[in-house]
Design a binder for this molecule. Structure first.
Ligand SMILES: [Zn+2]
Length: 163
């Protein structure tokens, strides 16, 4: 941070303590150049991810929305809510891990499809069909055909160990 008195970039922290509300750290700093003392506050950056929709609008990425979309796809399928929530949280943290803060909806959709593919084949096809809105019926049929070759035996077995 540039010193507001002399413009020098370097400073040293002379005191550091939690602010009254406990949500930030208050730091007393001294400019290396001129000795001017000032205070800074440090807070945890609230990471808000956003979805860029097809029509160009963007909205906050909501974990609950991802979960409800997946729940809908998994209706009457042997997939527990816990597993869906866990998969949704994994999607979210994989997105948070990068530097990007805004994602085209197709990226989110692709991640959800990937997660559903691992959870339940039927749910995956359902989601894929709704998600693509039958924009390209050929592509949708390709996807169904691909299932035959991509299906992993383990994901087709009933859940024996659900609590
Ligand atoms: Zn200074």
């Amino acid at each position: 941070m540039y010193c507001s008195k002399c413009g020098v970039l370097e400073d040293k922290v002379i005191d550091s303590r939690p602010a009254k509300d406990g949500r930030s750290i208050r730091r007393r700093r001294e400019c290396i150049g001129c000795g001017f003392r000032y205070t800074t506050y440090e807070q945890i950056e609230v990471v808000e991810l956003r979805v860029l929709k097809r029509d160009g609008r963007s909205e906050a990425l909501d974990l609950q929305k991802i979960v409800s979309g997946m729940v809908k796809a998994c209706e009457k399928r042997p997939v527990s809510l816990e597993r869906i929530e866990e998969a949704a949280r994994e999607i979210l943290s994989s997105l948070e891990a990068g530097l990007e803060r805004e994602f085209p909806s197709r990226i989110i959709g692709a991640k959800v499809m990937e997660a559903l593919h691992a959870l339940d084949e039927i749910a995956y096809v359902r989601y894929a069909s709704v998600y693509r809105q039958f924009e390209d019926i050929g592509e949708f049929i390709d996807e169904i055909h691909l299932l035959g070759t991509r299906a992993k035996p383990s994901t087709l077995q009933p859940e024996l160990f659900t609590p």
